[in-house]
Write a protein of this length. Structure first.
Length: 327
């Protein structure tokens, strides 16, 4: 039987992550019991205190045990912690040596959504692929540059370390873990029982590109604003360098540093975000949208769009445009 520790952090945490993990993993035991089989998991809520208030005291979680009571576990699940992630990590720093010790003893560790921040604070994600909610991807990269963040991923799995993307993608990670521990048949059964879209590969279709302007370089911000206001025109790094009196090399370096994109990538993402909005709400077909956002070659537009969103323009329109769904 595998021992699973769902940690209950101090401060404000995702009650959905905690209760959802407990409910779904417990259901594996229920299904096995109906088949005359013994339980596969022993699941405990593990905390730093006997009572953990949530939502300004509206709810209180009473962990089953404290970390000092758990000598060995097989899987640690870290839920999302709300608010300032640096403050949340500091408040819950006593979990860190315990997580590291358990991992070194053979435990696996899963960070759900922005629970990846606390997992990264252990140093265990250094050099490892991981993901988190796409809205906090830039903050994660700045805070933990040694981790190999891949924001498009729904889940990551390497060396007994797991992470999931935004919000309810934690369900995909739970199904992934159930498949690993209990087999594909059980994973499919759980996915059907809880209506989880199994094997979803990417969170790219859900990412909203908002310009990545949470930085201090005013020249780069000016270049970003210029791109966003003139994305229908051909924009080059030389043009921007001349316009803002910056050397080409300096602008390239600073633009990449503060936006995590080259100028060309940024232009593409601005164009694709405009195309997404038109495909979601307008009546134009894909070819009309392509011309509206400054592309003239169908293959180029399709390839760039799919690279950024994970879907073709037609598939994206069919997924998000209400009229397309009704047609």
């Amino acid at each position: 039987m595998k021992h699973i520790s769902i940690i209950v952090p101090l401060g404000q945490s995702s009650l959905v992550n905690i209760e959802g993990s407990l409910q779904i993993l417990s259901e594996v035991n229920v299904i096995r019991q109906k088949k005359g089989q013994g339980p596969l998991f022993r699941i405990q809520l593990v905390g730093l205190a006997h009572q953990v208030p949530q939502r300004n005291g509206l709810f209180t979680i009473a962990p089953d045990v404290l970390i000092t009571d758990v000598g060995k576990t097989d899987l640690i699940i870290i839920p999302s912690m709300q608010g300032d992630q640096a403050e949340a990590a500091e408040m819950n720093k006593d979990f860190i040596p315990w997580i590291i010790r358990q991992y070194n003893q053979g435990a696996e560790v899963a960070g759900l959504c922005i629970g990846a921040f606390l997992l990264a604070a252990t140093g265990l994600l250094d050099g490892k692929p991981c993901t988190t909610h796409w809205m906090l991807a830039d903050e994660f990269k700045r805070t933990y540059p040694k981790a190999n963040l891949i924001p498009s991923k729904i889940i990551s799995d390497q060396d007994g370390l797991y992470t999931s993307g935004g919000a309810f993608s934690y369900l995909n990670l739970l199904v992934h873990l159930i498949e690993k521990y209990a087999g594909r048949e059980m994973a499919v059964r759980i996915a059907k029982s809880f209506v989880i879209d199994i094997d979803k590969p990417s969170q790219s279709p859900f990412i909203i590109f908002e310009g990545q302007k949470d930085h201090i370089d005013e020249d780069v911000k000016n270049a970003q604003n210029f791109i966003e206001q003139n994305y229908l025109d051909k924009i080059t790094i030389d043009q921007l360098a001349d316009r803002f009196a910056i050397s080409r090399r300096s602008l390239q370096r600073r633009f990449l540093k503060f936006t995590n994109n080259t100028v060309n990538e940024y232009v593409q993402r601005v164009k694709v975000e405009a195309a997404k909005r038109k495909l979601e709400s307008g009546k134009m077909n894909v070819s009309e949208v392509m011309y509206e956002v400054g592309y003239t070659d169908t293959k180029t537009f399709r390839d760039v769009f799919k690279k950024i969103t994970g879907l073709t323009p037609a598939d994206y329109r069919n997924k998000y445009n209400r009229q397309a769904v009704l047609d």
